[in-house]
Design a binder for this molecule. Structure first.
Ligand code: SF4
Ligand code: SF4
Length: 383
């Protein structure tokens, strides 16, 4: 049986968050409070150092027990991590070329020389590449990647591509950029990207309606609205979902002390779902390593765990776990894997939430999961 302690082929799919620092201020990102550029309550600026990375993932582990290293994260951009290049140099020295190495970035940080070096390192294997998250063109990318300067981004993309490094373009489609999808595909090909992945954004559907989000500045003044595309193929919501006609207010109050927002999802509809874990895969078990050394069983839980909002499912997880047993800084890797098997995994066979069935797992990995609508069903590459 696949578990975290005994993964298929004895391999792990590592999703590593190198830092919780970021330059971009994307409105749906969990590192920010209520779609402002103010960070969520409790966010302590942290980055993994190359020394920590080497301590946590030995050459032997990278050589023999890793199916994939993905540098991404829920609340930070890997290229903001000051040790990004030494970490890439270390991973590329030991990870076999037939195992995946994937790095994400909004592309708007660091100087071109850093990107050139990254391009030199991400070569020699079709499984080693970058995802550049670029949600539009010069006139639209900043409506989501708020602080990314287009000229700087393009300079970095050119620097990376000039080395022959492999990269894909990752595109979230909203109302403000849906008319640009073909133009973006064309530009992507012209710049040397291997393909474009078109994604339907999560975070614009709640209360059974397709919603409009307000994007606010640091004083709570509305900058613009963020809306789902009009073309249904780009909307992350059930097929019969209706659009809310309520537009958020033009100003929100910023409290002196920002606390977690309580916004409950409708978990009742998932209670009877059978759970098919998206982390325990046939090519290895996935785990999420946060920048403070906390390991979580997947990035989906990582997202709610590290966000500035709380709900019944998060409270249930907080009761389920003794979090101190999940830090790589204090525990062995295998003891953490064992802990996941005996806690979250054993909850899946419980008949209902009252008996301990994990609410978040039922939502994310039960039937009609919002995650399944996010990418793979409607996404396409142009390569
Ligand atoms: S680039 Fe990623 S980490 Fe940074 S603000 Fe946007 S979503 Fe968050
Ligand atoms: S939400 Fe639960 S069931 Fe789904 S991938 Fe994460 S741990 Fe597995």
């Amino acid at each position: 049986m696949r578990t975290w302690l005994t993964p298929e082929n004895n391999k792990y799919m590592l999703h590593i968050e190198l830092t919780n620092l970021c330059n971009a201020a994307c409105p749906i990102c969990p590192r920010y409070w209520a779609s402002t550029p103010l960070t969520r309550p409790g966010l302590e600026p942290t980055s993994i150092t190359v020394e920590q990375f080497k301590q946590w993932f030995s050459p032997e582990f990278l050589k023999t027990q890793v199916q994939r290293v993905m540098l991404c994260g829920n609340q930070g951009d890997p290229f903001v991590c000051k040790d990004i290049i030494p970490i890439l140099e270390y991973v590329t020295a030991y990870l076999p070329k037939n195992m995946a190495l994937i790095t994400h970035s909004n592309g708007g940080v660091r100087k071109p020389d850093v990107w050139k070096r990254a391009g030199e390192l991400l070569q020699g294997s079709e499984r080693w590449y970058m995802w550049f998250s670029i949600d539009g063109l010069r006139d639209t990318n900043h409506l989501y990647r708020r602080n990314v300067n287009w000229d700087k981004l393009m300079e970095n993309v050119h620097a990376f591509m000039s080395t022959g490094g492999s990269a894909y373009w990752d595109l979230l489609v909203f109302k403000h950029n849906e008319h640009q999808v073909q133009e973006i595909r064309d530009l992507s090909t012209k710049l040397g990207f291997l393909g474009t992945r078109v994604k339907n954004p999560d975070g614009l559907f709640w209360d059974n309606k397709i919603q409009v989000r307000g994007v606010y500045d640091k004083d709570g003044i509305l900058e613009h609205y963020l809306e789902s595309a009009t073309d249904p193929q780009y909307i992350n919501a059930p097929a019969n979902a209706v659009r809310s006609n309520i537009f958020p207010s033009k100003h929100i109050d910023i409290p002196e002390v920002r606390t977690a927002n309580f916004s409950n999802d409708s978990y009742d509809i998932y209670e009877e779902s059978s759970i098919s874990c998206k982390s325990l895969l046939k090519n290895g078990s996935e785990i999420m390593v946060q920048c403070d050394g906390l390991i979580l069983p997947c990035c989906y839980i990582g997202e709610i765990w590290s966000s500035g909002r709380t709900d019944d499912a998060k409270i249930q997880l907080q009761h389920m776990w003794d979090i101190e047993k999940m830090y790589l800084t204090k525990n062995s890797f295998s003891s953490i894997m064992n802990y996941f098997d005996s806690t979250i995994m054993s909850s899946w066979n419980q008949p209902d939430y009252d008996s301990g069935k994990c609410m978040y797992c039922a939502k994310i990995c039960g039937q009609d999961s919002p995650i399944d609508r996010l990418i793979h069903t409607k996404a396409s590459y142009n390569a």
